[in-house]
Design a protein around this ligand. Structure first.
Ligand SMILES: C[S@@+](CC[C@H](N)C(=O)[O-])C[C@H]1O[C@@H](n2cnc3c(N)ncnc32)[C@H](O)[C@@H]1O
Length: 254
């Protein structure tokens, strides 16, 4: 049976690769790189640099072009269809490029369990029943942890829950029963939909890389600076990934 490692590689800092990840990389015969979009070539290059540094000299690298995602009004249906096509493409690559007893790997950005489809992709391949695989996940350092570390700021205050959401979900409003949210996958500065007096933001882009950007302060005061910085950085690099913690001031409970 083919063995597949999903290896969390951290969110940009090559030093965030764990010892477990390095050991797993040494066991891999073929690394599969999913080329997700034109503008993320820097991210592929980051994975390839890890491959050069930690893979065995005889290990192979195979780049698969990701199928394009439709942009219809039905987001969930589009994503489901996209994942099915992606599973077919990877399944074919596994069957043609990896021997039945071989070890393959996907290098997964950040932590594989957070907003990443690699585990679902493997389940889909397993469910299709064409290619027997055994999947093992190696955890990685998420951009969320990189954000907290960069600001030396805990994600929760004492006894508070931690809520992780997307820009799309935040647009509907700041959850009424929460005081802190971590926001990812936000292409549209959705914090501008929830600006309230005294709400603080800790915003980080390109976390863990030499281009890291950090802005912190009351969201009503720093929103314009984040929007401008974000636009300029995106134009410079051709892509941007940012994550932020938004929180209300501490409410002292009786
Ligand atoms: C598809 S999700 C992948 C998350 C990843 N699994 C993780 O654990 O960080 C992509 C989102 O992660 C966040 N992200 C990933 N890397 C980042 C980085 N280096 N700096 C800031 N945000 C990052 C951004 O919110 C981006 O839109």
């Amino acid at each position: 049976m083919r063995q597949i490692f999903l290896i969390g590689i951290g969110a940009g800092d090559p030093q965030h690769l764990t010892l477990q990840a390095i050991e797993a990389m040494q066991a891999v015969d073929v690394f599969f790189f999913l080329d997700k979009r034109e503008e993320t070539h820097d991210l592929i290059a980051a994975r390839q640099a890890l491959f050069q540094r930690h893979a065995r000299p005889d290990a192979q690298a195979m780049v698969l072009n990701d199928p394009p995602r439709a942009q219809s009004p039905n987001y969930h249906q589009d994503v489901q269809h996209w994942h099915e096509q992606r599973a077919e493409r990877l399944e074919e690559a596994l069957m043609t490029s990896l021997s039945e007893s071989g070890v393959g790997a996907l290098l997964v950005w950040g932590e594989p369990s957070i907003y990443d489809s690699a585990m679902r992709l493997m389940r889909q391949i397993e469910a299709r029943g064409q290619c027997a695989i055994q999947t093992q996940v190696i955890p990685g350092i998420s951009s969320i942890q990189a954000l907290a570390a960069a600001f030396a700021e805990p994600l929760n205050r004492i006894g508070e829950p931690i809520h992780i959401t997307t820009g799309r979900a935040l647009k509907a409003g700041f959850p009424a029963d929460l005081d802190a949210v971590v926001v990812m996958l936000d292409g549209e500065c959705s914090f501008t939909h929830v600006m309230q007096p005294e709400m603080e933001i800790f915003w980080g882009a390109y976390l863990g890389t030499p281009d890291q950007l950090l802005i912190q302060g009351p969201v009503m005061q720093v929103a314009d600076e984040i929007i401008t910085t974000r636009q300029q950085a995106r134009a410079r690099h051709g892509w941007i990934m940012d994550t932020y913690l938004l929180r209300r001031p501490l409410r002292l409970k009786a």
